[in-house]
Design a binder for this molecule. Structure first.
Ligand SMILES: Nc1nc2c(ncn2[C@@H]2O[C@H](COP(=O)(O)OP(=O)(O)OP(=O)(O)O)[C@@H](O)[C@H]2O)c(=O)[nH]1
Length: 582
């Protein structure tokens, strides 16, 4: 493992500046309480090999969850040295979903952004950039914010999004980041920006020198050399070779100290230009050839073009036109390819921007759809509630109607009963009896059936009332009716004609049969057990009987005839049964 990392570290040292800045992290308190993790984190920049070796000593099983995440982060970090950036990116991607908002998440996002950008994975770079930007809204430490701005500035610079890069550089220069290391890195990034856009301001020299002294004060040697290199390039572009002389020794020393290829590629190509300007043709050739040797896969066309231009110029000045022609051909070939790469890069950036915008508008559309669906569901809830309310109202109305109809029917029935019956005895009253009897007689007449009528009237009933009270009188009336129900046939129609007078209409019965019934009834009244009332008194009733054979089927005539017979019964001593003498 250690051997792989050490080889990896050497490999990384041969990579370009694009990868180099992956190593530029400032420690954050992500190691939780683990002293070994803390040590690894603190020395990984200054003594990478030792830090990698210490990773072997970490007892993974004893780590807390937070420490384990940080350990995984360090594993991904050291994996960068293997040169397999796709694998490293996968390690970070696996870790990211486990991380709660916090310093480690910001740091992981920053690392992923750098790798995706250096691999020209523009889509992922843009997405990670925007996640990092939104994460920055949280309450992060100044250190985390500064690192995030730095990562974003470098990514935008590399993606040639200069206005955004400028924006993040300005954020880095914000006065809140007042540590010496912050100032050093912020000024350096600003100088890189100016160098990159190839628009050196008049005071670039003093800016670079200021940055150099800030970085020296902050013990940031790498950034110190980086600024020296930028200043060196500036002097060459201004043909200020004498001043450049003073820097070249320092830069060479720095290259050896760090051994990063930034020197081997970009710096050596600047050196080649420098020696050409100084007419030191062999050294110019030597430096230019080193640039070419360091990049066999021709990944860094920009520096290679400068190197081939220098080589062609050296060959031309030496009179070797054939070789100069070959170098120029190679340069042209590279320029074409570089041009194509640039076009492809800007197309990729445009596509990534477009995809991102599309994603954002999709998200916006989804959010609108969600709002619409929410509004629709709220509406349907309201509609449902209204429908339920309406249904409830209809139910209440229907129930009310049913109740009203039921009560109405009951009232109607009660009214009908009250209108047709006698409340004391339950018999039909005179009016209703008349109605029924009329229809009944009509039908009997048609069928030629004989109908009899029996009238009875209690004798001296007034006395009962007077002597024993109305309650006893009422009891007597109910008892007499009870007997009439018992004795009369089921088909008979009974009625209370008034006070103490009753009528019994008998179907298919002649007056002789009615007389017999009347006699039975008379006896029953006469023998009524009056002592039940607590009093003892005699009771009797007088009867008048007739039939339709004697009177015809007119009710009035039938009633009059029966009444006449009853009258006779009263007249001749009461407690008698008389038949109408036709
Ligand atoms: N307790 C009670 N008495 C009633 C009721 N309806 C009528 N009466 C009484 O019945 C009596 C009828 O008296 P009268 O018409 O003089 O007849 P009477 O006393 O039976 O004499 P005669 O018919 O001539 O034998 C009156 O005193 C009425 O007040 C009733 O529903 N209950």
């Amino acid at each position: 493992m250690r051997g792989i990392i050490v080889r990896g570290i050497k490999f990384l040292k041969k990579q370009s500046i694009a990868i180099f800045f992956l190593a530029i992290f400032v420690a954050c308190p992500c190691w939780a309480g683990n002293a070994l993790l803390k040590k690894i984190d603190s020395i990984r920049l200054t003594d990478t090999e030792k830090a990698a070796a210490l990773m072997e000593q970490v007892e993974i099983s004893s780590l807390s969850e937070q420490e384990r995440f940080f350990f995984e982060y360090l594993q991904a970090y050291f994996s960068t040295f293997s040169g397999d950036l796709a694998h490293t990116l996968n390690l970070y991607s696996d870790l990211l979903p486990n991380l709660a908002p916090g310093e480690l998440k910001i740091r992981t996002l920053g690392s992923m952004l750098n790798i995706a950008t250096s691999m020209s994975k523009w889509q992922q770079s843009f997405e990670l950039g925007s996640i990092l930007e939104s994460e920055l809204q949280g309450p992060y430490s100044l250190e985390s914010k500064f690192n995030a701005y730095h990562n974003l500035a470098k990514a935008k610079l590399f993606a040639e999004q200069y206005s955004l890069a400028k924006y993040y550089v300005e954020r880095m220069l914000d006065g809140v980041f007042d540590k010496a290391s912050h100032r050093c890195i912020a000024y350096t990034t600003q100088n890189e920006f100016l160098d990159r856009i190839d628009e050196y301001p008049l005071d670039f020299e003093s800016r670079a020198n200021h940055a150099i002294s800030e970085c020296r004060a902050a013990s940031q040697s790498f950034y110190e050399i980086l600024n020296q290199h930028l200043l060196f390039r500036y002097y060459i572009s201004n043909s200020q070779l004498n001043i450049a002389d003073s820097l070249i020794v320092k830069i060479k020393h720095g290259i050896e100290q760090f051994g990063f290829v930034y020197a081997d590629s970009a710096i050596r190509s600047a050196f080649a230009e420098y020696y050409l300007l100084k007419q030191d043709l062999p050294t110019a050739r030597e430096q230019a050839l080193k640039v070419i040797d360091a990049d066999p896969n021709e990944q860094y066309a920009e520096t290679l073009i400068t190197a081939y231009t220098t080589l062609a110029e050296v060959a031309k000045r030496e009179g070797n036109f054939e070789q100069a022609y070959q170098y120029l051909n190679k340069k042209t070939e590279l320029r074409d390819s570089f041009h194509k790469q640039s076009v492809a890069k800007s197309l990729a950036i445009q596509q990534a921007k477009f995809n991102l915008a599309e994603k954002e508008s999709e998200l916006a559309l989804m959010s609108e759809r969600y709002k619409l669906a929410k509004a629709e569901s709220e509406l349907s809830v309201v509609q449902l509630r209204n429908n339920r309310l309406l249904l409830g109202l209809v139910c209440v109305l229907l129930a009310g109607l049913c109740l009203w109809s039921f009560r109405n029917r009951t009232v109607q029935q009660r009214l009908r009963v009250l209108a047709t019956t006698d409340p004391l005895t339950g018999l039909y009253n005179r009016a209703h009896f008349t109605d029924i009897a009329d229809g009944f007689l009509q039908s009997a007449k048609l069928n030629n059936q004989t109908v009899s009528l029996m009238l009875l009237d209690l004798d001296h009933f007034k006395r009962v009332n007077d002597d024993f009270g109305h309650k006893v009188g009422d009891w007597v009336l109910r008892e007499v009716v009870r007997y009439l129900h018992e004795l009369a046939p089921k088909s008979a129609t009974l009625a209370r004609m008034g006070g103490e007078e009753f009528a019994v209409l008998l179907r298919e019965t002649c007056s002789d049969e009615a007389m017999k019934l009347a006699e039975v009834c008379r006896t029953a009244v006469e023998t009524l057990e009056t002592h039940m009332t607590g009093k003892k008194f005699n009771l009797s009733a007088s009867f008048g009987v007739c039939d339709t054979n004697q009177t015809g089927y007119k009710l009035d005539t039938l009633l009059s005839a029966a009444d006449l017979a009853l009258h006779q019964s009263k007249k001749y001593g009461r407690n008698h049964v008389y038949q109408h003498a036709s």
